[in-house]
Unconditional design. Structure first.
Length: 285
């Protein structure tokens, strides 16, 4: 097998197991992106063209970037990511050149995935765009998409929360002609996401409470974490909100621990395991 050092270092480490729920979206993106990248011979055999572009549509924080990274990882594809607003502002005046560079980089490292987050900001409807520069960026993106060879082993994944704001020319056949909708997580999905984000977190369990004798317990009765209850209480939370909630709960617990035990900690030595075992997250603070 050929060595691809650049690809190795650039590969996102997200796997399907890191993504809660979104079963339909995962299945679609595997079929539209992973399968053609891994087995172009299947599509050649059938005489069909896999998509050059796929649009992920959904509110911020619902896992669009995660899906793009996971599919790149699982397909062993080179991953290059563009942030729409950033390429317009940071590279103002050079955005088209930057886009060309990114497409070249992807082609050189194919199989590759180009991820464009907030694509509506670089490809808004041209009739609504007043600036010449912005118009040229949309035109450049269209040209680059058209220039991608069929079965060229480069797929562009765009993400947006405002599909209606995207230039319709971009959604024509041969460009972003496939769409995957991602909604807000329901209770079952939130529970799935909570389970993923608490995988490595030492949560207070009923066992911790019942096994604990004396005053020095990491958790007391009532501190036990019930993920179902939290899933129920977090209506309206996105996956990103849930990830932030878990992180905040862990940080709150850490602060409390430091307040109580700060003096007992020797900054020059690792914290002893029995002391670490006293830190249990309650998710209630
Ligand atoms: P944006 O439009 O703001 O870029 P996005 O839809 O691309 O948002 P992500 O960047 O994929 O959202 O998600 C942000 C973070 O939220 C992830 O890194 C992850 O921690 C968490 N997250 C979101 N959705 C999920 C999910 N379905 N399963 C697990 N974690 C999730």
């Amino acid at each position: 097998m050929q060595d691809k050092p650049v690809q190795e270092t650039n590969l996102p480490r997200v796997t399907w197991e890191d993504i809660g729920d979104l079963e339909e979206a995962k299945q679609k993106i595997r079929e539209l992106v992973e399968l053609p990248l891994k087995h172009p011979e299947l599509f050649r055999h059938l005489g069909i063209e896999p998509p050059k572009g796929v649009l992920l549509i959904g509110p911020p924080g619902t896992g669009k970037t995660l899906l793009a990274k996971a599919v790149a990882n699982e397909a062993d594809a080179y991953f290059v990511s563009i942030n729409g607003p950033e390429i317009v502002s940071k590279y103002y005046g050079e955005s088209e050149a930057r886009l060309r560079e990114i497409f070249d980089e992807a082609k050189r490292n194919a199989p590759a995935i180009i991820f464009i987050d907030e694509i509506d900001s670089i490809a808004p409807k041209r009739e609504e765009v007043t600036g010449e520069v912005e118009k040229r960026i949309v035109a450049q993106l269209l040209t680059l998409m058209d220039g991608l060879q069929e079965r060229g082993q480069v797929v562009v994944i765009g993400a947006t929360n405002r599909p209606d704001a995207v230039d319709p020319a971009l959604r024509r056949p041969g460009r972003f002609d496939r769409e995957i909708n991602i909604g807000m997580p329901d209770k079952r999905a939130r529970l799935d996401i909570l389970s993923i984000h608490t995988r490595g977190v030492p949560l207070c369990t009923p066992d911790d409470v019942s096994n604990c004798k004396g005053d020095n317990c990491p958790c007391k009765r009532g501190d036990e974490v019930d993920l179902e209850k939290i899933a129920d209480m977090t209506h309206g939370y996105t996956g990103a909100d849930i990830a932030a909630l878990v992180k905040e709960a862990a940080m709150t617990r850490l602060r409390k621990f430091l307040n109580q035990n700060g003096k007992a900690i020797d900054l020059d030595r690792p914290i002893p395991t029995d002391m670490l075992n006293m830190i249990k997250v309650t998710m209630q603070d």
